[in-house]
Design a protein. Structure first.
Lengths: 480, 103, 502, 647, 163
C-alpha cells in the first residue's frame, strides 16, 4: 500500500498554499513593524500564483486521491478558486485597515493564507475525518481573526461568541458524524454512500440532523444563524467579508458533497428538508435585515438570506440547472458581497461609522465608490445586468425545473423584500444630502479590491458565457 | 448480560447531554468550554465503540478519535486565549455579560 | 449598416450617456448639448429604421441574432415589427423633448442626463428584444434610472414614491421571471427565444402551468400598465417625479406593460388568455371608469393626469382583452383586429397626449406658478392664450375628440371590443363621457372664468417650451386627421397576430 | 363640379388654419379670410346644386383612413340631393352670418380667434353633411360640438358662459354616447359604416328578426342613433343646454344654435331614414314623432314665459326642431327637411335681428326695451318678416313648410296633429309678444341710447329676410312644389296640398297673433293678471319644468360624490392594502424581535419563575444572549429531528 | 461479565464526575472534576481495546487541557472561583432540552439495529493506528500538523497584549 506519486501532483495547490503560509510566517519575522504590508503583498503574489496549479486542474478527471480521503474534481477546483480569489481580495482590503490597529498585521496574512488552505481542504474532503479536520482548520483561524482587534470590545465579543457557537456546533456535528460512522462502518463519503442505503432511519436522521448543525453554522443557515450579525458587526470588516464569502462558500461545498455523495442514496427526504430550510432561512434573514441601520449587520442578515437562496440551489441540485445554478450563485455572491463589504471597509475607515445614515451624500463625496455600491446592491437584489441577477436567474431556474416552483415563488417574494433594505443604502448615498463636501478617497489596495469585485459583478452579469462554460466542468462533482 | 455496543452508546449519549447542559446553562465561558469537551468525549466514545463493534477491519474510528482529541486541544488553546483576551478588555468571562451587540 | 440598425438604435443613447459622464464638472452647457445631440441622434436613427423596414411585410424584420449565452440558449436577438417600430420612435421622440424641456435643471445635471439616456436605452431595448433573457434585462434596466429620477429630482415625497415604484414593479418583474422560466423548461428544445416559444406553445398541454405562467406575466404587465387595482404606485410616482420623468413614465414606461400583453401574453398563451379575458376586461373597465372618476375628484393637476392615464390604459387593456376573448372564434377575427389596432394606436396616442399634458403641467408648475392645485388657478386663458390653446388641444385629444389622435384609438377599441364584450364596451363608453366631463371641468377651473390678478404677470410660452410641445401637438393632429400611415404599420403586425391566433 | 365637393369643407378648414397661424396680421384681422372661405364654399355649393338639379345618382368619393385586417374604414363624401340642400343652407346662411359678424364682433379682443372658430365650425358642419358613412358623420358631429363648446364659452371670463359651454358639450355628449352605440350595433351587424351599403343591407333584411331585450335590433339601433339627435337637436329630455348656450355671441347663436348645428340631428335622422323607416311597424319613427311633439309643445310653453330675447328664440328653436322631428316621424320626410331649410333662414334672421337689438341696447331683456321700431327700422322690419315667417303667416316661408308638417300629421296621427297645432298657436303668440315688447310702445330703459346697426350688419338681415319670404315657394303648389321632387324618400307617398289645412294654419297663426296683441299691445288682459291666474303652472313653466334642477340632483351631484368617494377609497383602501403588505413585512421582523424578547425569554423566565415558586434558589437576572444562541442550536437540532422523523 | 462490571464502575465514575463538572457551583471544583471524568473515559477506551487512544486521552485531556483550563480560571476568576453565580436562568430549560435529547438519543440507540460486525480488532491496535496514519490517513496526518500550527499562531496572537 504505497502512495502513487501523481497523488502529490493532485494536491499541488494545497502544497503551494501550505508552503506559502510557512514562508510568510518566516518572512514576517524579518520585516520591520512599519513595513508589514510587504507580507501582505507577498501573500497576494503567492496566492495569485497558486491559481496557476488550481486552474491547471480545471479539466481534471474526477477521482479520489490519498486512499479515498481527498477528492479531485472540478467542483473542488471551483471552490478552491473562490477561496483563493476571495482571500486575495480580502487581503487587499485589509491592508489599509490593519495599519495602526494591531501589531500582528503579518500574522493575519499568514492566517488568511492558511485559511485559504483550509477552505481548499473543505471543498475537497472526501472523508469524514478530513472534513472535520478542515472545518476546524478554517474555524480556528476564523475565531482568531474575528477577535483580531483586541482593544476593541466588539471584536472581543465577536471572537468569544463566534468561538462558543462554532465549537458547540462542531461538537454536535462530530457527534453526528460518529453516528454516521456507526451506521456504515465507513469514514469515506464514498464508502458511506454504499452502505447508507440500508441504514436504519431514525438513527440516520439523528446523524444528518446533527451534521447539519455544524455545516449550517458555517453557512449561517436558520436556525444556526444567530451568531452571524454579532460576529459580522464586531469582527474587523475585512474579516467579516471573509466570513460572509469564503467560509460560507466552503461550507456549501462541504454540505453539497456530504449531501450529494453520502446522504443522497439514503431514504431520507433531504430535498424537502433543505427546501424548507431554504425558505425559512431566506425569509427570516430578509425580514430581520429590514430594520437594520448598521451596514455590517444588514449585510449579515442579507448573507443569511443569500444562504437561503443558495440552499435553494442545494435542494434543486440534482436538476440540470441545480449544480451550475448553485455555483454561479456562489461566484456572483462572492464578488458582489465582497464588493459591498469593501465599500463598508472604506466608509468605516474614512468616516469612522458603519451606520447606513452616515452614508448620506456619498454619491457626491465618492462618486465612483457610490456608483459601485449601487452596482453591488442591485446585484445583491438580483437586478440585471449584474452577476446577482444571473445567479438568481439560474437558481430560480433550478428550482422551477426541479419541481420546486413554490420555493422559487418564495424566493421571488424575498427578492422584492430585499430590495427595500438594499435600496436603503442607495437612498442614503444618493438621495440624502452630504454632511460635508470633503471627498472620501480610497487607498490603492482597497481600490484594486473594489475594482476586481465590481468587474467580476458586471462581467458575470453581462458576459456570463465563459463562466457558464467554466461551471460546466466545475459542476462535475465526483459521485459514485 | 453481555457487555455490548449499546451500553457504550448510552454512556456517550448521557455524557453528550451533560455537556450540552453545561453549554446551555453555565455563565462562565471556560465552563462552557468544559461542556464542549464533554460533548467531544462523548463523540469519541462512540467512535471507538463503533470501531470495535461495527467496523473492526480498519482503525478509522481510532484515528478519528485521535484527530478529535487533537482538535479539542487546539480549540481549548484558542478558546482560552480568546477568553483571556476578552477578559482583559471586558473584565468578565460571563457570556451573558458579553452583550454589547444585539439587534 | 442596416444589419446593426437595432443595436445602434438601442445603444446610441447609452453611448451618449457615457460620454456625458466623461465631461468634467462645471461644463454644464456642454453636457446639455451632448445629451441633446445624442437624443436627437437617437431619434434620427429610429426614424431611419423606417427606411429599411418594409411596412407591408408581416413578421419580424431587421433581425439581429448572435449567441450570447449559448450554454442555456440565450441569444442577443432583436427584431421589430409594426408593433414595436412606432413605440420606438415614440420613445426617442419623447426623450428628445424631455431633455429639451429639462434645459433648466441645475442640480446634479450630469447624473440626470446620464440616467435619462440610460433609461432610453432600456426602453428601446424592451421594444426590440426577441429573447426573453434580453427582454428581461432591458425590462429591469428601466427601473433603476427611474428610481433615481424620482428619488433625486422629485417632489417632497420623492423617496416614498421612488421606492414604491421600484418595489411595486419589481414584484411584477420577478413574477414574470418565474413565468419565463416555466416556459423555458417546458420547451423542447429549451429556448428563451420569444418567437420560437410562440411557435412551440410549450405550455399548451399543461393548463395549470400555463395558468401559472400567464398570471406571472400578467402580474408584471398589469402592474406596469397599471391596471386596476395595481395602480396606486402611479399617482405617487407621477406627482413626485420631475416633469420630464413623468413624461417618460406616462409616455413610454406604461406602454411596456401593454406592449408585453400584446407581444407576449396574447400569442404565448392564447387559450389561457381567452379563458381569463373576461376577467381582465372587467378589470380594464373598472380601471376606465374608476380612473376617470378619481381623476375628477383630484385637486392636484399632476394626479389628475396620472389618474387619467389609468383610465386610458384601461382602454388599451379593454382592446387587448377583447382580442384575447376572440381567440379561436374566426368570425370575431375582424373585431379582434380592430380592437388590437385600436389598442396599439392608443398606446401611441396616449404617449403623445399624456406626454404633452405632463409637459403642460410642468410648464406651469416648474417655471411659473409653482403650484399644481387646480383650484388655485382660474382665468388663465386670458393671460396665457398660447398655453391655453395647446393645453385645451391636448385635453380635448385626451378626451377623445375626433380630429385628434385619441379619438381614432378609442373609436377602434370600442368598435372592436363591442364585437366581443358588448356589455363591457358599453360600460367603458361611459368612461368616455366621464372623461369629457372631467377634462372640461378642469379646463373650466384652470383657464376660464374672470381674470385672476394673482397670475396676471405670468409670461406665455417661451420658444423652447413651445417647441417641445409643438411636435406632440402636430402628431395629435396629423394622426388624428389621417391615421392611415401609422395604422398601416400597426395593422400588418396585428393582422398577423390575429391570423396566428385564428 | 361634384368632383370638387371635397373642397367645400376644406376651404373653411384652410381659413381656420390660416387664421390660427397668422391671426391679426391678416387683412381684416382674419375676418376676410373666413368670409372668403365660406363664400367660396357657398359658390361651390350653389354650383353643385345647379348641376344636381339634373342628376339623380349620388356622387361618392373615398380615401382610405383606417386600415384593419385586409380591409379599411374609408373617409368619404356623398353628394346627393339631401346633402346638396344642406350644403346650400349651411353655406348661404353661413356667409350671411360671417359677414354680419364682422360688424357685430368689432373691437373684441379675441376677434381673429372668433373667425377661426367659426371657420372650423363651418368645416366640421360641412364634413358632417358630406360624410358618406356613419363614422365621419360622427366625426363631424363631434367637431361641431367642439366648436359649439368653444363659441358658447367665447366670453369665458363670464363664469356663466364657461358653465354653459361645458353643459352644452356634456349634454350633447350624453346623446352622442347613445348614437355611438347605435353606430356600433349597425357596424357589428352589417360590417360597414357606409350609408349606401347600410341601406342596401337593411333593405335585404340583414337585421332580420334580430332582437335585443325583446325589441327588434333595428329599432334599437335607430333609436340609439336618434339619441344623438336628442342631444344635438336639443330634444326633450336633452334640450336643457340650448337656452344656456345663448351665453355665446349672437352670431353664434344664429349660426350654430338656430340654423345649422342643431338641425344636424334632423339631418341625421333624414340621412339614416331607411333605418327608421324599415324598423318594424315604423316603431322608431313613431318614437321620433312623439319626442318631437312633446319637445315642440313643451318648449313653446316655456318660450311664452321668458323675458330674455335670445332665450325666447332659443326655446322657439327647440320647439321648431321638435316640429321637424314630428314631421319626419309622421312620414313627412320632405316636410321635415323643408321646414329645416326655411327655419334656417328665418331663425338666423331672427337671431341676427335680436343681435342687432342687443348690440344697440346692451341688454337681453325685452322688458327693458320698447319702441325700437322707429329707432331701428331695418332691424324692425326684417325682424317682423322673420316673425311672420316663423308664425306661419301666408305667404312667408314658414307657412309653406309648417303647413306640410301639419298636413302629414293630420293624415297619420291625430294626437300629434293637435300637438303641432298647439305649438303653432303658441309660436305666433310668443313671437308677437316679443315684437310688442321690443319694437312697439316706448323705451322702458331710460339709460340706453339705442341706434341702428351699421350696414355690414343690416345688409345680411335684408338678404335673409328676402330668403325668408321667397324660399317657401319651392313648396308652393302653384309652382309645382319642386322641393317634393328634389327631396324625396323612395317608398313614401306625398300627401297632396290641401286648401283646408292652409286655411287652418293661417287661422291658428291669426289667433296667436291676436291673443298676443290683446295682452301686450291693447292690454285687454294685463300680463300680470294672466300670470297670477296661472299660478303654480306659471311657476312650473317659467322654471323650465325644473329639469335643470332635476338633472343636477340625479346626475351631476351623484357623479361628483362618487368621484370624491373613490378618491378616498383609492388612498385609504387600495393604497393602504399595498402599504399594509409592506408594514406586515417590517412588522414581522419586529414581531420576531418581540417574539425573541418576550416569548423565548419569556419562556425562559416563566420556567424560571415556576422553579422559583417551587423553592429554587434561582434569581431573576438579565438574559445571557450568547447562550440563547446556543440554546437555538439545541432547539434547532431538535426541530430538524422532528422534521426528519415526522415526514 | 467482568467487563460489564468494569464498564459499570467506569461509567459511574465518569458520569458522576461529569455531573460535578456540569453542576458544581465552584468553577475550580468543576475543572478539577474533569480529571476523573477523562480518566474514566480512558478506562472505557481500554475496555474497547483502544490503548493508543487511551494513552493520548490521558496525556492530552487529563493532562494538558485540564491544566490549561485551571490556569485560565485562576487568571480570570481571581482564584476564588466561588464569588460568582455560575449558572444562568436557562437551567430549567436546559434540563428539559438536555434530558429530552438524552432520552431520545438513548431510545434511538437502543432500538437501532446497528450493523455489527462479527470481526474483531487486532490484538494490539496501537501499531494499526500508526500504520493507518502513515497510509490511508497520511493527508489527515499532515494536515493536522498545519492545524496545530494555525492554532498555535492564533493562540499566541490573541493571548499576547498589544503594545
Amino acid at each position: 500500500m504505497s502512495l502513487p506519486p501523481e497523488d502529490l501532483w493532485a494536491i499541488a495547490p494545497e502544497i503551494w498554499l501550505g508552503g506559502l503560509g510557512l514562508v510568510l510566517l518566516v518572512l514576517d519575522l524579518f520585516v520591520p513593524a512599519n513595513r508589514k504590508s510587504i507580507v501582505g503583498w507577498a501573500a497576494i503574489v503567492g496566492l495569485t500564483l497558486s491559481l496557476v496549479p488550481i486552474l491547471g486542474m480545471l479539466g481534471v478527471t474526477p477521482r479520489t486521491v490519498f486512499f479515498g480521503t481527498y477528492a479531485v474534481d472540478g467542483f473542488a477546483v471551483f471552490f478552491k478558486i473562490i477561496a483563493v480569489v476571495s482571500t486575495i481580495l480580502v487581503i487587499l482590503s485589509a491592508m489599509d485597515v490593519l495599519r495602526g490597529q494591531t501589531q500582528f498585521e503579518g500574522e493575519l496574512y499568514v492566517l488568511l493564507t492558511f485559511a485559504a488552505l483550509g477552505l481548499s481542504f473543505m471543498a475537497a474532503s472526501a472523508d469524514l475525518i478530513m472534513l472535520v479536520l478542515s472545518i476546524e482548520f478554517v474555524s480556528l483561524s476564523s475565531y482568531v481573526m474575528a477577535a483580531y482587534f483586541k482593544t476593541d470590545r466588539k471584536s472581543n465579543e465577536a471572537g468569544i461568541k463566534y468561538f462558543l457557537f462554532g465549537a458547540s456546533a462542531s461538537a454536535v456535528m462530530i457527534y453526528g458524524f460518529s453516528i454516521l460512522y456507526g451506521l456504515t462502518g465507513q469514514t469515506s463519503l464514498y464508502g458511506i454512500a454504499d452502505a447508507i442505503r440500508t441504514a436504519p432511519r431514525p438513527a440516520l436522521i439523528v446523524a444528518v440532523a446533527f451534521a447539519l448543525a455544524g455545516l449550517g453554522f458555517k453557512i449561517s443557515m436558520v436556525p444556526f444563524h444567530q451568531w452571524t450579525p454579532d460576529v459580522y458587526e464586531g469582527a474587523p470588516t475585512p474579516v467579516a467579508a471573509y466570513l460572509s464569502v469564503a467560509s460560507k462558500a466552503a461550507g456549501f461545498a462541504a454540505l453539497v458533497r456530504l449531501l450529494m455523495v453520502a446522504v443522497a442514496p439514503s431514504a431520507v427526504d433531504w430535498v424537502t428538508l433543505v427546501a424548507g430550510l431554504s425558505a425559512v432561512t431566506m425569509t427570516l434573514g430578509n425580514l430581520l435585515a429590514l430594520p437594520q441601520r448598521n451596514i455590517k449587520r444588514m449585510l449579515a442578515y442579507s448573507s443569511i438570506s443569500h444562504a437561503g437562496f443558495l440552499l435553494m440551489g442545494v435542494a434543486a441540485y440534482r436538476g440540470d440547472f441545480g449544480a451550475p445554478g448553485l455555483l454561479i450563485y456562489v461566484l456572483a455572491y462572492t464578488f458582489t458581497n465582497l464588493g459591498a463589504f469593501f465599500v463598508a471597509v472604506l466608509v468605516g475607515q474614512r468616516l469612522g461609522s458603519d451606520d447606513i445614515p452616515d452614508y448620506a451624500g456619498l454619491a457626491q463625496r465618492a462618486p465612483w465608490t457610490a456608483f459601485l455600491m449601487v452596482v453591488f446592491m442591485l446585484s445583491l437584489t438580483g437586478i440585471p445586468p449584474t452577476a446577482g441577477f444571473f445567479g438568481k436567474f439560474y437558481i430560480f431556474g433550478a428550482a422551477v425545473s426541479g419541481g420546486l416552483l413554490w420555493l422559487a415563488v418564495v424566493g421571488a417574494v424575498n427578492s422584492v423584500v430585499s430590495l427595500y433594505y438594499y435600496v436603503g443604502v442607495v437612498r442614503a448615498m444618493y438621495l440624502m444630502p452630504a454632511p460635508s463636501a470633503e471627498a472620501v478617497r480610497s487607498p490603492v489596495a482597497l481600490t484594486m479590491a473594489l475594482a476586481v469585485a465590481a468587474a467580476g459583478t458586471l462581467v458575470i452579469g453581462v458576459f456570463p458565457q465563459p463562466f457558464v462554460n467554466l461551471l460546466g466542468t466545475a459542476a462535475l462533482l465526483l459521485r459514485l | 448480560m453481555q457487555l455490548g455496543l449499546v451500553h457504550f452508546l448510552i454512556l456517550s449519549a448521557l455524557l453528550f447531554c451533560l455537556g450540552l447542559y453545561a453549554v446551555l446553562t453555565r455563565r462562565n465561558a471556560v465552563a462552557i468550554l468544559m461542556g464542549i469537551e464533554l460533548m467531544l468525549n462523548a463523540a469519541n466514545i462512540n467512535l471507538v465503540a463503533f470501531n470495535k463493534y461495527v467496523a473492526p477491519a480498519a482503525l478509522n474510528g481510532h484515528v478519528f478519535a485521535l484527530i478529535v482529541i487533537t482538535l479539542a486541544a487546539c480549540e481549548a488553546g484558542v478558546g482560552l486565549a480568546l477568553v483571556l483576551s476578552a477578559y482583559r478588555n471586558l473584565e468578565t468571562v460571563h457570556v451573558d455579560e458579553i452583550n454589547v451587540m444585539k439587534w | 449598416m442596416d444589419r446593426y440598425l437595432l443595436t445602434l438604435t438601442t445603444f446610441v443613447p447609452l453611448l451618449g450617456g457615457l460620454l456625458v459622464l466623461l465631461i468634467p464638472k462645471g461644463q454644464e452647457r456642454l453636457m446639455r448639448q451632448v445629451a441633446l445631440i445624442t437624443s436627437v441622434l437617437g431619434f434620427l436613427v429610429s426614424v431611419w429604421l423606417l427606411g429599411p423596414f418594409e411596412i407591408g411585410r408581416a413578421g419580424m424584420q431587421l433581425l439581429e441574432r448572435y449567441a450570447w449565452i449559448p450554454a442555456i440558449g440565450v441569444n442577443y436577438h432583436m427584431g421589430v415589427d409594426g408593433l414595436s417600430v412606432p413605440l420606438i420612435i415614440l420613445t426617442t421622440l419623447l426623450t428628445v423633448l424631455s431633455i429639451a424641456y429639462s434645459w433648466k435643471i441645475e442640480t446634479r445635471l450630469k447624473e440626470y442626463l446620464f440616467l435619462f439616456l440610460l433609461l432610453e436605452t432600456g426602453m428601446i431595448g424592451v421594444f426590440v428584444a426577441l429573447d426573453f433573457f434580453l427582454f428581461y434585462v432591458f425590462w429591469e434596466i428601466t427601473l433603476v434610472p427611474m428610481y433615481f429620477l424620482i428619488g433625486i429630482w422629485g417632489g417632497p415625497r420623492k423617496e416614498y414614491a421612488a421606492i414604491k415604484f421600484f418595489l411595486y414593479t419589481l414584484v411584477g418583474s420577478l413574477a414574470m421571471l418565474l413565468g419565463i422560466l416555466l416556459l423555458y423548461f417546458n420547451a423542447e428544445p429549451r429556448t428563451f427565444d420569444i418567437l420560437e416559444l410562440i411557435r412551440q406553445q410549450p405550455l399548451a398541454k399543461a393548463p395549470l402551468l400555463a395558468a401559472l405562467a400567464f398570471w406571472g406575466f400578467f402580474l408584471s404587465f398589469a402592474i406596469k400598465v397599471p391596471m386596476w387595482p395595481f395602480h396606486t404606485w402611479l399617482p405617487d410616482a407621477h406627482v413626485e417625479a420631475p416633469t420630464a420623468g413623468s413624461v417618460i413614465l406616462a409616455g413610454v414606461l406604461l406602454k411596456l406593460g401593454t406592449y408585453g400583453f400584446v407581444r407576449i401574453s396574447l400569442p404565448m398563451f392564447p387559450e389561457t388568455f381567452k379563458q381569463y379575458a373576461l376577467l381582465i376586461g372587467i378589470l380594464a373597465v373598472i380601471g376606465i371608469v374608476y380612473g376617470v372618476l378619481v381623476a375628477m375628484a383630484q385637486t392636484d393637476l399632476k394626479k389628475l393626469v396620472a389618474y387619467s392615464s389609468v383610465n386610458h390604459m384601461g382602454y388599451v387593456m379593454l382592446g387587448t382583452a377583447a382580442a384575447a376573448g376572440a381567440v379561436g372564434v374566426p368570425e370575431r377575427a375582424a373585431a379582434a383586429t380592430i380592437a388590437l389596432n385600436g389598442a396599439v394606436f392608443e398606446m401611441i396616442a396616449h404617449g403623445v397626449i399624456t406626454g404633452a399634458l405632463f409637459l403642460i403641467v410642468g410648464i406651469i408648475y416648474d417655471y411659473r406658478a409653482h403650484t399644481r392645485g387646480v383650484d388655485d388657478f382660474g382665468g388663465l386663458a386670458a393671460v396665457l392664450p398660447k398655453y391655453y390653446g395647446l393645453s385645451t388641444m391636448a385635453m380635448l385629444a385626451s378626451l377623445g375628440l375626433p380630429g385628434l389622435m385619441g379619438f381614432v384609438a378609442e373609436f377602434l377599441i370600442f368598435v372592436g371590443s363591442f364585437g366581443v364584450f358588448p356589455e363591457l364596451a358599453a360600460i367603458g363608453v361611459i368612461g368616455i363621457l366621464l372623461s369629457a366631463a372631467m377634462f372640461l371641468w378642469t379646463i373650466q377651473r384652470i383657464f376660464l372664468g374672470p381674470k385672476n390678478t394673482r397670475w396676471e404677470s405670468l409670461p406665455d410660452l417661451d420658444r423652447r417650451e413651445a417647441w417641445s410641445l409643438a411636435p406632440l401637438a402636430a402628431l395629435m393632429l396629423i394622426f388624428g386627421l389621417y391615421p392611415k400611415p401609422l395604422l398601416d404599420v400597426i395593422n400588418v403586425a396585428m393582422t398577423g397576430l390575429v391570423t396566428a391566433l385564428k | 363640379m361634384r368632383e370638387l365637393a371635397w373642397l367645400i369643407p376644406v376651404l373653411p378648414l384652410i381659413a381656420f388654419g390660416v387664421i390660427i397661424a397668422f391671426g391679426r396680421r391678416l387683412p381684416g384681422q382674419g375676418a376676410y379670410v373666413a368670409v372668403a372661405g365660406i363664400a367660396l364654399a357657398a359658390v361651390l355649393s350653389i354650383g353643385i346644386f345647379v348641376q344636381g338639379l339634373g342628376h339623380t345618382e349620388a356622387y361618392e368619393a373615398n380615401i382610405r383612413w383606417v386600415p384593419y385586417g385586409e380591409t379599411a374604414l374609408d373617409l368619404g363624401i356623398r353628394v346627393d340631393n339631401l346633402a346638396t340642400l344642406m350644403l346650400l343652407v349651411v353655406t348661404v346662411v353661413g356667409s350671411m352670418i360671417f359677414t354680419y359678424s364682422i360688424g357685430y364682433m368689432h373691437g373684441d379682443p379675441r376677434y381673429p380667434r372668433f373667425f377661426a372658430y367659426l371657420s372650423l365650425f363651418a368645416a366640421s358642419m360641412l364634413l358632417l353633411v358630406l360624410a358618406n358613412n356613419l363614422l365621419f358623420l360622427y366625426v363631424g358631429w363631434e367637431l361641431v360640438g367642439l366648436c359649439s363648446y368653444l363659441l358658447i364659452g367665447f366670453y369665458f371670463e363670464k363664469p356663466s358662459a364657461a358653465r354653459a359651454s361645458m353643459k352644452a358639450f356634456l349634454t350633447t355628449r350624453v346623446g352622442d354616447v347613445f348614437m355611438f352605440f347605435g353606430i356600433l350595433i349597425v357596424f357589428l351587424t352589417l360590417g360597414t359604416f357606409r350609408f349606401d351599403e347600410i341601406f342596401a343591407k337593411v333593405h335585404e333584411g340583414a337585421f332580420g328578426a334580430l332582437t335585443i331585450g325583446g325589441l327588434p335590433l333595428l329599432t334599437v339601433a335607430a333609436l340609439l342613433l336618434f339619441g344623438g339627435a336628442l342631444g344635438k337637436s336639443a330634444q326633450f329630455p336633452l334640450h336643457t343646454w340650448l337656452p344656456d348656450a345663448m351665453e355665446g355671441p349672437t352670431p353664434v347663436s344664429a349660426l350654430i344654435h338656430a340654423a345649422t348645428m342643431v338641425a344636424a340631428g334632423v339631418y341625421m335622422v333624414a340621412r339614416t331614414y331607411t333605418l327608421f323607416f324599415q324598423s318594424p311597424d315604423h316603431g322608431a319613427l313613431t318614437f321620433v314623432a312623439y319626442v318631437g311633439g312633446v319637445t315642440a309643445l313643451m318648449a313653446a310653453t316655456i318660450a311664452v314665459t321668458q323675458d330674455d330675447i335670445k332665450r325666447v328664440l332659443a326655446y322657439s328653436t327647440i320647439s321648431q326642431l321638435g316640429l321637424m322631428m314630428l314631421g319626419l316621424g309622421v312620414l313627412g320626410y320632405t316636410a321635415g327637411m323643408f321646414h329645416l331649410m326655411t327655419h334656417a333662414f328665418f331663425k338666423a334672421l331672427l337671431f341676427l335681428g335680436a343681435g342687432s337689438v342687443i348690440h344697440a341696447m346692451h341688454t337681453n331683456s325685452i322688458k327693458e326695451m320698447g319702441g325700437l321700431g322707429t329707432i331701428m327700422p331695418s332691424t324692425y322690419w326684417t325682424f317682423l318678416i322673420g316673425t311672420l315667417a316663423l308664425a306661419g303667416v301666408f305667404p312667408f316661408a314658414g307657412f309653406w313648410s309648417k303647413d306640410e308638417i301639419l298636413l302629414e300629421a293630420y293624415h297619420h296621427n291625430t294626437v300629434l296633429f293637435v300637438m303641432a297645432a298647439l305649438t303653432s298657436l303658441l309660436t305666433a303668440f310668443y313671437m308677437f309678444r316679443v315684437i310688442f315688447y321690443t319694437f312697439t310702445g316706448s323705451l322702458r330703459n331710460r339709460h340706453a341710447h339705442p341706434h341702428e346697426s351699421p350696414p355690414v350688419m343690416t345688409r345680411p338681415l335684408w338678404v335673409l329676410a328676402f330668403f325668408s319670404v321667397v324660399v317657401g315657394f319651392v313648396g308652393a303648389p302653384f309652382v309645382g312644389a319642386p322641393i317634393k321632387h328634389f327631396i324625396d324618400f323612395e317608398g313614401l307617398e306625398h300627401v297632396p296640398f290641401s286648401m283646408g289645412m292652409a286655411l287652418f294654419g293661417t287661422l291658428v297663426a291669426a289667433v296667436g297673433i291676436g291673443a298676443a296683441a290683446a295682452v301686450y299691445h291693447w292690454k285687454v288682459v294685463p300680463a300680470s293678471t294672466l300670470r297670477r291666474a296661472a299660478g303654480p303652472l306659471f311657476t312650473l313653466v317659467s322654471n323650465k319644468y325644473y329639469l335643470d334642477e332635476l338633472y343636477d340632483l340625479l346626475f351631476v351631484r351623484p357623479t361628483v360624490a362618487v368621484a370624491r368617494f373613490l378618491r378616498n377609497f383609492d388612498v385609504y383602501v387600495i393604497d393602504m392594502i399595498v402599504n399594509l403588505v409592506g408594514f406586515v413585512g417590517i412588522g414581522l421582523a419586529r414581531l420576531y424581535r418581540v417574539f425573541d424578547q418576550y416569548v423565548v425569554d419569556g419562556l425562559v423566565n416563566l420556567v424560571g419563575w415556576i422553579a422559583k415558586a417551587l423553592g429554587s434558589t434561582l434569581r431573576y437576572v438579565q438574559t445571557g444572549r450568547a447562550q440563547n444562541y446556543l440554546l437555538a442550536i439545541a432547539l434547532g437540532v431538535i426541530v430538524l429531528l422532528a422534521a426528519g422523523l415526522f415526514r | 461479565m467482568g467487563q460489564l462490571a468494569a464498564f459499570i464502575v467506569l461509567s459511574i465514575v465518569t458520569l458522576a464526575a461529569a455531573v460535578v463538572v456540569v453542576g458544581s457551583g465552584n468553577i475550580v471544583r468543576s475543572a478539577l472534576s474533569l480529571i476523573p471524568t477523562f480518566l474514566g473515559i480512558t478506562g472505557i477506551y481500554i475496555l474497547l481495546q483502544a490503548e493508543f487512544v487511551a494513552g493520548i486521552q490521558v496525556l492530552i485531556y487529563a493532562g494538558a487541557i485540564t491544566v490549561l483550563i485551571l490556569f485560565v480560571i485562576m487568571l480570570t476568576e481571581h482564584g476564588s472561583g466561588v464569588r460568582f453565580r455560575q449558572v444562568n436562568e436557562q437551567v430549567p430549560l436546559g434540563m428539559i432540552v438536555a434530558g429530552a435529547l438524552a432520552a431520545f438519543l438513548i431510545a434511538t440507540f437502543v432500538t437501532t439495529a446497528w450493523p455489527t460486525s462479527s470481526g474483531a480488532l487486532p490484538q494490539y491496535t496501537a501499531s494499526g493506528v500508526g500504520t493507518t496514519f502513515m497510509t490511508n490517513m497520511v493527508l489527515v496526518f499532515e494536515a493536522t500538523s498545519l492545524v496545530l500550527l494555525v492554532a498555535l499562531i492564533g493562540a499566541i496572537v490573541i493571548a499576547r497584549r498589544e503594545r
